[in-house]
Each structure stands twice: as C-alpha cells, then as structure tokens.
Write a protein that binds this ligand. Structure first.
Ligand SMILES: Cc1ncc(COP(=O)(O)O)c(C=O)c1O
Length: 436
C-alpha cells in the first residue's frame, strides 16, 4: 500500500473567467434564522429547529480558565501549545487510542482543519449521502469534487464506495480520501462497527485516506454503546478531527483538534497541514487554547457537564422524534447529538393533495413561512431531490435564557419544563395542521 499525497487537481468546469466570482450561496441555516427573527419581532410563534448549535452555556470552570489566560497574547506554535496537544492526546488515550502529542494539530474549529486536510491530501473526496453540508461545500471551494455515496449513520456503503471511486478515477477524477461522521449529522445515527470495518477494507484496497469526523463522539446518548473508530482498524491512514463545539457547547470559541496517523504518511500530512495552517490561521486564539487544554484533560466537572448534556440531548431528541412519528413521518430513532432526520414520504399523498408539496425544499419552505418552524431540507445534505426528508436540530429548544438552559440541563424530565413542553405542543399542532 502506498499512501502518498498528490498535488491538488483543478477542474476546468469550476475555473472562473477573469473578474468574475464563483457563487457561494449563503447558508440555508442563516437564511432560516433571519426569517425566524422577523417573525419573533412580529410576536408570532417560532420553533428554531434549523441551527446545529449545542444550545447550552459555557461551563463555569472553562470561563474562568479563559479569563485567566487573557494575557496569553503571542501567536504561539502553529500546531498549538504543548499543553493543549498533550491534553488532546490524553483525551484520545482514554478512548483507547494511544496518541503522541506530536501527532495533534489544533486549529480554529475542526471545520478549518477539515478544509486544511482536504487541501493537504489533494484529489477528490468521497462523502456519504446524506452528510454534513460543509464537506461538499469545502471541496467545491478548493476546486475539488465531492462524490456522494449513499450510506447510513455517516458512513458510505462500502460496495458503492468502491464502485464510485473506481468510476471516478476512470473518468480522471482521482478520489484520494473519504470522510465519515461518527456519530452523524444530519441523521443523529451512529454507524455500527461492521459498516466501519467494511469501509476500512475499501479504503485499504483503494488507497484512500479516511477522515473521521468524531465531533459528536461524546454525545452518543447511550454512553455504553460500542463506538468503532476507523483509527483503530486502519490506524496508518485515518485522521480524526474533533473539537469543543458540540460536547461542551463552545462553538463560538473556535477550537478543534486533528489526530494524524503515526508513520511516514502521517508525518508528511502533518507538515502539509502545518504549512496550510501557518498561511491561513497562524494558530488558534491563545487564551482559548489554555481553556481547551483544561477541557480536554476532562476534570470531573467537565466530564459531568458532558454527561448531563448527553442526557438532555437524548431526552429532547427522542420526544421530538415521537412527535414526528405521531404525525405519520418515518423517523429512525435518534442515537446521538441533537439531530433527527424525519422522512415524510409516508405522507407524500397528503402533502401533494393538500399543499402541492413535492420536494423537501417545498416542505421546509412551507414549515418556515407558514408556521415559523425552521428546519433544513435533506437536499442541503446531498439528498437527491424528490425525497421528503428534513434535518431537525433540537438543541435550540432548551430555553431563551442561560437560567432556563441550566434548569433544562439539570432536569431529569426536561420535556415537562413549561418552555420545552410548550415547543413540543406547538410542533404537534403544526404537524397536525400540515398533515390534516
Ligand atoms: C459534522 C460536523 N463536523 C464539524 C462541525 C464543525 O465544528 P467546529 O465548530 O469544530 O468547526 C460541525 C458543526 O456543525 C458538524 O456538524
């Protein structure tokens, strides 16, 4: 097996004539947020189910660590401070992945690291259909192609991946990597070990680098559920990315980390990623790195916070899923994070007959503009048009104030709190009206 890095390819069809700009659409989430804000200002009811934000306050001890590190104002090393890299290595070691701190690179969010990794590895990328919006968008931004391969729980079906890679290469598009999301956004599902094992076999047979986005790993609702990382099965070709945005709700702090494989390929990739980081972000914010080092060392308060968040996400996601099921949609039981992925195809006749709706965009548009319910259409995640799937994010239901969110976090029955119960009742009412 010869893991190598190829120079980036360009695609003539994406090259723009001089003095013109490639179209980069404004995110569907932001557009939905603007509509919801306008309704709020008019005093109309809204249900914010579009935004994939973790919806919880920053933990007290992390705020204190951040404030205390305010004087940390030098750029520092591109890979991140040694304390942060060591803490992240310890985080992975506690999950059964022995990690050398040298193999850890931090960046301003895992999103930036994913973009850097795609550029560093070169070639096209295979992604799951459906998968997180930004993989394909980032590939397009850097002149690459994202090849969508049907799959489930964030992992492409192995046979279809092998066929897609072979066909793309034969057509002159060298696919060099595959991205998996464990557990998954948009579906809230966790792929079983067998699917990950099959994926690793195909990656080895076709010499693909595996990028394993494990940003939701700590938010699997059942903490005892087995978790299979491709980094265990294919250690020499797997990069893991994670961060603090989801498990500790610190999205705005912008801190992510990548764990590069050991060995020659991992070292080459590290050098390339550092080169890219040095030219784009230099280093993540110094004070944030200090607080992140504390977070990755997982003192009991932090581990306890993640456990409470996991319980809250699970309770509310399951309750919202039950509401969609009661209205007639098909919903795989959510297993992780704060997402679910209802499929309205059992209601296709009703939606067509009553409202003339034939697409997920039409359905999401009607929910937004008629009822003030913000959700995202499955097509934003690479779903083929004509499917009636929606991505529903549930973590913005925890409250409008920090106090409400703290109460929700500490409640053993959050769905009975008046503001969450009210949102569930409103959703039930909307779906009843929509489906008759
Ligand atoms: C699957 C997935 N990966 C990565 C990210 C980005 O995380 P970060 O805040 O670390 O850039 C998100 C955020 O929505 C996500 O859903």
């Amino acid at each position: 097996m010869a893991l190598t890095i190829t120079p980036p390819t360009t695609h003539p069809e994406t090259e723009q004539p001089r003095l013109s700009l490639a179209r980069i659409p404004v995110s569907a989430t932001l557009a939905a947020n603007e509509t919801l804000d306008a309704r709020r200002r008019r005093g109309e009811p809204v249900l914010p189910l579009a935004f994939g934000e973790a919806g919880l306050p920053a933990h007290r001890i992390l705020r204190a660590a951040l404030a205390q590190a305010a004087g940390c104002n030098s750029y520092g090393p591109v890979a991140g401070h040694a304390a942060l890299r060591q803490a992240a290595a310890g985080y992975w070691a506690r999950r059964g992945l022995l990690t050398d701190a040298e193999a850890v690179i931090s960046g301003p969010g895992s999103k930036a690291l994913l973009f850097g990794l795609m550029a560093a590895i070169g070639g096209d990328v295979a992604v799951t259909r459906p998968s997180w919006v930004s993989y394909a968008a980032q590939a397009a931004l850097s002149g690459r192609k994202a090849h969508f391969v049907p799959g489930s729980g964030g992992v492409p079906d192995a046979d279809q991946l092998a066929k897609a890679v072979t066909a793309a290469r034969a057509a002159g598009n060298p696919v060099r990597s595959v991205i998996v999301t464990l557990p998954d956004n948009p579906t809230g599902l966790l792929a079983p070990a067998a699917a990950v094992r099959d994926l690793c076999s195909v990656a080895e047979a076709h010499d693909l680098v595996i990028i394993s986005d494990e940003i939701y790993r700590d938010l699997v609702h059942d903490p005892d559920a087995p978790f299979a990382s491709p980094a265990v099965m294919s250690p020499e070709r797997t990069v893991i990315t994670t961060g603090l945005s989801k498990n500790l709700a610190l999205g705005g702090w912008r801190l992510g980390v990548a764990r590069l494989p050991a060995g020659g390929f991992g070292r080459d990739l590290r050098d390339r990623l550092l080169g890219i980081g040095s030219e784009i972000w230099s280093a993540p914010a110094g004070p944030v790195q200090q607080a992140a080092a504390l977070a990755f060392s997982e003192p009991p308060e932090v581990a306890g916070r993640v456990a409470l968040s996991r319980r809250l996400h699970g309770s509310v996601a399951r309750a919202v899923a039950r509401t969609f099921v009661a209205a007639g949609a098909a919903v795989p039981a959510p297993q992780a994070a704060f997402y679910l992925y209802p499929d309205f195809s059992p209601l296709a006749d009703v939606l067509l007959g009553r409202h003339g709706i034939t697409s997920d965009e039409g359905l999401a548009g009607m929910l937004l503009h008629t009822y003030g319910v913000g959700v995202l259409p499955g097509s934003a995640f690479g779903e083929e048009s004509g499917r009636l799937r929606l991505r529903v994010a549930t973590a913005m239901l925890y409250g409008d104030t920090e106090d409400q969110r703290h109460v929700a976090l500490n409640s053993s029955d959050p769905c009975s709190l008046p503001w969450i119960a009210g949102s569930l009742a409103r959703l039930e009412e909307v779906l009843a009206d929509l489906t008759g």
